[in-house]
Design a protein around this ligand. Structure first.
Ligand code: AHR
Length: 656
């Protein structure tokens, strides 16, 4: 009887820890009755390229449209009446998506200069890069600028590594200079000469050191003599990325993820796994190796093109950096059923898709001397990353999915029996192929969550589920209120840890400059700041207080606004009690740890709350709603504690 009880009102008048005349609730924990063991990977994160989470975000590249491919018509779509359209189901997006002739790039016109810039397809850099930028100079100095993703954020004295490919036309004898500038052209670095331009494509590099901290800078490139110059893959990274890696990630955003201590990381989607067309689906082999060889693809669903600079290898690396078990979502040759129904690769093409799936696992898991493991080693990571879970498709349903699911299941389990497969709930109940874990996605409102707090208590104990996309979604997104509802729901999931094997909030990131965001999101950032939402702190409390085993817990409270669960952290020999009080009044509770005779010296309470349940965090007040930890005194195995109004509390009691 967990949270389902006959209301029991206990009038209790005391002073001190318990306010006078409060109705005391009881949280009874049977410490002699260990319940289900909790998956060490239970709480994870889900990274998808949407909301400019990677491009202009986690991926530290500072140049927008570095390869001049952003203006390409989305892969597999046709231009019809001002729309890019999918042929079979006529899903459309307005085209072109911006008025900018060459997105991200503008000419810098100085007096006396006569030049123009244009996209060019002649003599491309390679097969992956269809366009380059041609600068045709007739007189004076030509300049071009890139303002990155809503301005380039510079840090004083940081070095910025510039690389680009260039070639020149016959007779060109000029020089190229690079500089960091403010939006009006005031220099913010010493100019760097970019030398070595010749008739053949060549990679050239330069270093720029910022004089000052400035959040709206641009990269300027100047060419000072008549003639033609072509550019491609113009890239600028700060020297200090996470782990000081080239082609690296923004350290502040990685640290936010590491702080969570995620058990798994699901990637790359979400809907981008599938795309609006088969061509737009995630083809991981196009996302590895030299960035100049990665074609990138239109992310039509979420309104911008991705370079795939943050590719399969870098995402596996991020899993390793955050100690999260990789959960790779496979493209099964069916376009996104929600956004673009009815498109699937013919069954005769499925071998290629299944091969790609198995090869992806091979790349991550095989020894450095075998199969695709060799390429991983060549790409700088001999040690296997070890994919632990694969989603066979994301949010798919219908016959196309149920026909293809068995092909993936059979090949993967035959070759990698330790990799756990996850089917999406849309598979239905008729499949004859085993389902190891069934994935559900819950973006719902208050009423839905409130009515389902106990739904897993009565679930078939032979089944396993995951919920890799979860968020309370309503008109009060990003508030403490929403976060506490999620916390109460997660308590019900943890209580049923035998059934519920993996949970992650979604989406993970919001670049607050992005004009058409998908909300709510766990972590908000702009080009130089970041904060976690109240939901971020709820997730962190669950990830950092995951017990090894659940203990049978009964809650008696009236009205039913308290949700609680205890478990045991075996390594630290501690009882971990999580309690959520949804009420607008504080709630005294008696916490009764039955079966415990001797406590250790220390008990600690961590509380997430705020003055108002509608409070949110912001760049101005990034930790307004964030947990506070303090030591508490505990009289014995049965003790009283007052849960604050609108709060989540974690109490860790050391045992002897
Ligand atoms: O998380 C945003 C989107 O929501 C995901 O791409 C998709 O799986 C779901 O519909």
């Amino acid at each position: 009887m967990l949270n389902r009880f006959i209301p029991l009102l206990i009038a209790f008048c005391t002073v001190g820890a318990v306010p006078a005349c409060a109705e005391v609730a009881t949280i009874s924990v049977d410490c002699s009755q260990p319940g289900p063991r909790v998956n060490p990977h239970m709480y994870g994160i889900f990274f998808e390229e949407l909301n400019h989470s990677g491009e202009g975000g986690l991926y530290a590249e500072l140049i927008r449209n570095r390869s001049f491919e952003d203006g390409n018509l989305p892969e597999g779509m046709q231009l019809i009446d001002g729309f890019a359209m999918t042929a079979p189901n006529r899903k459309k997006i307005a085209w072109p998506p911006t008025k900018d002739e060459i997105p991200g790039w503008t000419p810098i016109k100085h007096t006396g200069a006569d030049f123009d810039i244009a996209l060019d397809t002649e003599k491309p850099l390679n097969q992956a890069q269809k366009h380059s930028l041609k600068i045709s100079i007739r007189r004076g100095t030509a300049g071009i600028a890139n303002t990155g993703f809503w301005g380039i954020a510079l840090k004083a004295r940081e070095t910025y590594n510039l690389s680009l490919y260039a070639r020149s036309g016959a007779g060109f004898k000029g020089r190229m200079l690079a500089a960091l500038e403010d939006e009006k052209g005031k220099p913010l670095s010493k100019p760097a000469p970019i030398t070595g331009i010749g008739p053949e494509w060549k990679k050239l590099t330069g270093k720029l050191v910022a004089d000052t901290t400035y959040n709206n800078a641009r990269l300027a490139l100047y060419v000072d003599s008549p003639g033609s110059v072509w550019l491609d893959v113009v890239s600028l990274f700060p020297r200090h990325t996470y782990g000081e890696r080239p082609n690296g990630l923004r350290a502040d955003l990685v640290e936010m993820l590491k702080d969570l201590r995620p058990g798994f990381m699901r990637f790359p989607g979400g809907c981008i796994t599938e795309g609006l067309t088969l061509e737009q689906g995630y083809h991981w082999k196009d996302t590895i190796g030299d960035i100049a060889q990665r074609p990138g693809v239109w992310n039509s669903m979420w309104g911008y093109r991705r370079t795939d600079g943050l590719g399969f290898h870098e995402l596996l690396q991020l899993c390793e950096d955050t100690s999260a078990a990789p959960m790779f979502c496979l493209n099964v040759g069916v376009a996104c059923t929600i956004h673009s129904p009815g498109i699937s690769a013919p069954m005769s093409d499925m071998k290629k898709y299944v091969d790609d799936a198995v090869d992806a696992i091979s790349y991550a898991n095989d020894p450095p001397t075998q199969n695709w493991g060799k390429l991983r080693a060549k790409n700088g990571h001999p040690k296997p990353f070890v994919i632990k879970y694969v989603n066979i498709g994301n949010e798919l349903r219908g016959e196309a999915y149920s026909e293809r699911y068995p092909l993936f299941y059979a090949r993967i389990k035959a070759r990698y029996p330790d990799v756990l497969t996850i089917a999406y709930a849309g598979i239905g109940s008729n499949t004859k192929t085993p389902i190891e874990i069934l994935d559900i996605h819950d973006y719902r409102d208050d009423a839905w969550f409130l009515s389902r707090m106990n739904q897993w208590d009565s679930y078939d104990r032979t089944k396993r589920i995951s919920c890799t996309e979860l968020a309370v979604r309503n008109h009060t997104n990003h508030t403490l209120h929403n976060a506490l509802l999620e916390a109460a729901y997660l308590i019900g999931m943890e209580r049923n840890a035998d059934v519920v094997r993996a949970v992650s909030y979604a989406p993970l990131f919001l670049n607050t400059n992005h004009p058409s965001p998908w909300e709510p999101d766990l972590i908000h950032f702009n080009n130089h700041q970041v904060f976690g939402t109240p939901s971020y702190y709820v997730q962190k409390l669950f990830m950092t207080n995951r017990p090894d085993v659940v203990l049978k817990t009964e809650v008696q409270a009236a009205p039913q606004t308290v949700y609680a669960l205890a478990g045991k952290d075996e390594k630290n020999n501690e009882i971990v009690v999580k309690a959520v009080n949804l009420a607008g009044t504080e709630q005294p509770v008696t916490i009764d740890l039955k079966g415990i005779t001797r406590l250790g010296a220390k008990a600690v309470a961590t509380v997430l709350t705020s003055g108002d349940e509608m409070d949110r965090n912001s760049f101005a007040e990034p930790t307004k709603v964030s947990p506070v930890t303090r030591t508490i005194s505990v009289a014995g195995p049965s003790f009283t504690y007052t849960l604050q109004k609108h709060s989540m509390t974690v109490i860790r009691v050391a045992l002897k």
